[in-house]
Design a binder for this molecule. Sequence first.
Ligand code: ADP
Length: 248
Amino acid sequence: WPAEEVVLSLEKITVEFDGFRAVNGMDLSLRKNEVHFLIGPNGAGKTTMLDVMCGKARPASGRILFRDRIDLSKKKEHQIAQLGIGRKFQAPSIFSELTVEENLALSLQKKKGVFSVLFARRKEEDARAIERMLSTIGLGEVSGRRAGGLSHGQKQWLEIGMLLIQEPAVVLLDEPVAGMTDAETEKTGELLRRISVDRCVLVVEHDMEFVRQFAGKVTIMHEGKLLMEGTMDEVQADARVAEVYLGK
Ligand code: ADP
C-alpha cells in the first residue's frame, strides 16, 4: 500500500514574536486522503502553525513546500489562497442576510472572477457546483433560507462549503466542532472524512473525544515543538504524551 502523496510539507519551521519562539523547529507533512489533527496544550503553537501555513504569520526560518516545489514561506496570504490552501477562521464569514445558496454562489464567484456570471454555460456549471456542494454539506433542504437563521452547526457547514467550493487542495480548520451538539459533531466528523478524499484536511482541535473518533493521523505539539506524531492509538500509548498532555 503506497503512502499517500505529501501535498504540504513544513520543514524546521520557526515563528517568533518579539524574540519569543511560538513555533520552534516544527516539521509537519500533510498527505492526501487523511484527516490530520493537530493537538496540544494551550499555547503550544497550534494556531501559529495554521497562521504560517496560510501566510498570516511569516516564519523566521524553515521552508513550507507545496506540491514538492513551491516554497510558500515568502508568499503573500492571497497568493497562498490562490494556490489552493483554504483556511476557515473561527470568526464567522457568512453573509447573514443572503440565502445559503447565495453565500455559496458568492464564494464561487470570488474564486472564478466576475466573468463566470456573464456566460450562460458557465452559469449552468456554477449552478451544478452549488447543487453538489449543498448536498456535500447536507444543506440542500435549507438552500433558500437566510443564512442568519441557520443553527450553529448549519452555519459551520455552510462556511466549510464556502471554502470547499473554491476547490482547495489543503483545508485548514480551527476547532470546527466548538459549540456543536453531539449530533452536529458526529455529522461534522463524517463531513471531514468525505472532504478529505483527494485533499488534505488539517484540524486544530481540543475535543479529544472527537479526535479519537475521527483522526487518521495525530500530531501533538508542546511548547512550539513536535512532541509526537502517529495514529490515535500510538499517541495514546506514549508515556510523554500522557505526561504533558493527557495529564496522567
Ligand atoms: P495554541 O493555538 O496552541 O494555543 P498559539 O499558536 O495561539 O498556541 O500561541 C503560541 C504562543 O505564541 C503562545 O504563548 C502565545 O501567547 C504566543 N503568541 C501567539 N500569537 C502571538 C502574537 N501575535 N504576538 C505575541 N505572541 C503570540
